[in-house]
Design a binder for this molecule. Structure first.
Ligand code: GUN
Ligand code: ZN
Length: 444
C-alpha cells in the first residue's frame, strides 16, 4: 500500500482491548482473532475488524497485506516524553536536579535554533514510528519556533500529537527562561495556530513548580481557565530533592500537589508526570479532580527517583487515572515494550504485580482513555483511525524459542514486553499508512 490511499486488508493475529482488565476481568477485556483482519478504508480509518474468513464481500477487491501470525494491535500511545531530549538519553546524572542542570537544560537551549529543531522533529517522529508509537503527549521547549517545528512535522505525518510551549521563568539558564507574560502570550499564539489543526492538540505546559514563579503558575492557570478543552502537563513528586525545593519555595502549600491546585491546574485534562511520592491527601485531590498521573518507569529507575506504586495509585482507596510514558530523555528507551517491562519489574518490587494484559491495555486503550482520545484511537474498531503496530513475538532467535512455550495470549504478550524492543516492531501504521518501513524508503 504505497502512495495514494486506496484502502487495504491487513491480515494477522488481531488483538484489541475493549476495557480495563482490572474492571471487567481478563476474559472480557480483550478481543483476539488468531486469524484476523483489519480493513482500512481509503480515508485512513478502520472500516471493519474481525476474522479473516468473514471479511465482507464489498472489500474483496482491496489489496491484502499479510502479516502472518504476527500481532496487530492498536498503535502505542506515549503519555509523557520530551521532544528536545530525544538525543540525550543516557546522560550520567546523579539524580533529577543534577541531571537537569548538568545536561538537560544545556541540550534544550539548542532548540532556539530553528534548523536544529526542524531536523530534530524529523528524527524524533521517525523514532516514535520505529517503536510503534503512533500518538503522544510530549513536552517541547520554551521556544515557539521549536514547538511549531514539532507540530508541523507531526501534521505532515498525520500523527495525533499533543504538545505545547514549555513555560519556565526561574532556576534555569537565561537561554531557557522567559517571564509570565511572554509565556502566556506565546502560548496563546501557538494555541491559535495549532490547537485542533489536523490531529494535533495543545497542552499548556508549565515545566514544574521548581522552574515557575507564582506569577507564571497563575498565567498557566488562566490559560487553563480560558481554554478548558486543552490539555495541561507538568511534573509532580518525582524526587525527594525536588519535593524539598518546592516545599521551601511555596511554604503556604499543604504539599506539592496543592501548589498546582491553588493555581487551578488540576482537572480531567491535566497530566502529572511521575507522582511517585504522593501522600494520601494528594492522591485524594488528584482523584477527585479527575487528574492523571503518568508512570514513567524507565526514567524513575534511571534517575533513581523511586518506585511508583501503580496498583496503589490506580486502584487504591482514591483511584487516580494512570497513564504510562517513556519520559525520554530521563527514560532509557523509546520502546513502549521496555516501558512495560520496567513497569512490571517495579510492580514486582512494590509487591503488587501488574498483568501483561493490564500492561498492554495501559499502553493502548488505557492511555487513549486517560487522554480523552478514545473516540478516535486506542482500539481497533470501525470508525477509529487505523493507527496500528504489528509486533513479531519471534523477532530474535531467543524470542522465537521462548514463543514455543507460550500457551496463551497473555503469555505471548508477557514474553513480548519482557524480551521485546524495537526489533519486535515489524510495522507501524498511522491513519492507514505504513510508516515504519517508509522511514527507510525515504532515506534511500
Ligand atoms: N522535571 C522537570 N523537568 C523534567 C524533565 O525534563 N525530566 C524529568 N524526568 N523530570 C523533570
Ligand atoms: Zn518529563
Amino acid at each position: 500500500m504505497n502512495g495514494e490511499r486506496s484502502g487495504a486488508i491487513v491480515r494477522g493475529q488481531v488483538v484489541t482491548f475493549n476495557d480495563d482488565p482490572e474492571v471487567v476481568g481478563e476474559r472480557e477485556c480483550v478481543s483476539h482473532w488468531v486469524d484476523g483482519a483489519v480493513v482500512i478504508g481509503d480515508d485512513g480509518a478502520i472500516a471493519w475488524v474481525g476474522a479473516r474468513g468473514e471479511v465482507p464481500d464489498e472489500y474483496a477487491g482491496l489489496e491484502t497485506i499479510d502479516h502472518g501470525d504476527r500481532l496487530i494491535l492498536p498503535g502505542f500511545i506515549d503519555a509523557h516524553l520530551h521532544f528536545p531530549q530525544y538525543r540525550m538519553i543516557a546522560a550520567y546524572g546523579k539524580d533529577l536536579l543534577d541531571w537537569l542542570n548538568r545536561y538537560t537544560f544545556i541540550e534544550e537551549q539548542r532548540y532556539g535554533d530553528e534548523d536544529v529543531a526542524k531536523a530534530a522533529a524529523v528524527e524524533f517522529i521517525d523514532e516514535l514510528f520505529r517503536q510503534g508509537i503512533t500518538a503522544c503527549l510530549a513536552f517541547s521547549t520554551i521556544h515557539m519556533t521549536a514547538t511549531s517545528a514539532l507540530f508541523a512535522e507531526a501534521a505532515s505525518r498525520n500523527m495525533a500529537l499533543i504538545s505545547g510551549r514549555t513555560m519556565m521563568d526561574r532556576s534555569a539558564p537565561e537561554g531557557l527562561t522567559d517571564d509570565a507574560q511572554t509565556s502566556h502570550d506565546e502560548s496563546v499564539e501557538l494555541i491559535e495556530r495549532w490547537s485542533g489543526a489536523g490531529r494535533l492538540g495543545y497542552a499548556i505546559s508549565p515545566r514544574f513548580a521548581v522552574t515557575s514563579s507564582e506569577a507564571q503558575l497563575e498565567a498557566a492557570g488562566s490559560l487553563v481557565k480560558q481554554y478548558p478543552d486543552l490539555w495541561m502537563q507538568t511534573h509532580l513528586s518525582e524526587n525527594h530533592g525536588e519535593i524539598e525545593v518546592v516545599a521551601n519555595d511555596f511554604p503556604w502549600a499543604k504539599d506539592y500537589t496543592d501548589v498546582y491546585d491553588r493555581f487551578g491546574l488540576l482537572g480531567p485534562k491535566s497530566f502529572f508526570a511521575h507522582g511517585i511520592h504522593l501522600g494520601d491527601r494528594e492522591l485524594a485531590r488528584l482523584s477527585e479532580s479527575g487528574s492523571g498521573v503518568v508512570h514513567c518507569p524507565t526514567s524513575n529507575n534511571f534517575l533513581g527517583s523511586g518506585l511508583f506504586r501503580c496498583r496503589h495509585t490506580r486502584n487504591g482507596k482514591t483511584p487516580v487515572k494512570t497513564a504510562v510514558g517513556c519520559d525520554i530523555g530521563g527514560g532509557t528507551s523509546f520502546a513502549m515494550l521496555d516501558t512495560l517491562r520496567d513497569a512490571y519489574t517495579v510492580s514486582q518490587l512494590v509487591g503488587a504485580r501488574i498483568s501483561p494484559l493490564e500492561a498492554f491495555y495501559l499502553a493502548t486503550l488505557g492511555n487513549a482513555r486517560a487522554l480523552g482520545l478514545e473516540e478516535t484511537i486506542g482500539s481497533l474498531q470501525a470508525g477509529k483511525f487505523a493507527d496500528m503496530v504489528v509486533l513479531d513475538p519471534k523477532a530474535t532467535p531467543i524470542m522465537a524459542a521462548r514463543h514455543d512455550l507460550s500457551q496463551s495470549l497473555a503469555d505471548v504478550l508477557f514474553a513480548l514486553m519482557i524480551m521485546g524492543d524495537d526489533r519486535a516492531v515489524h510495522e507501524t501504521y498511522v491513519a492507514g499508512r505504513p510508516v515504519k518501513s517508509a522511514i527507510g524508503a525515504s532515506q534511500r
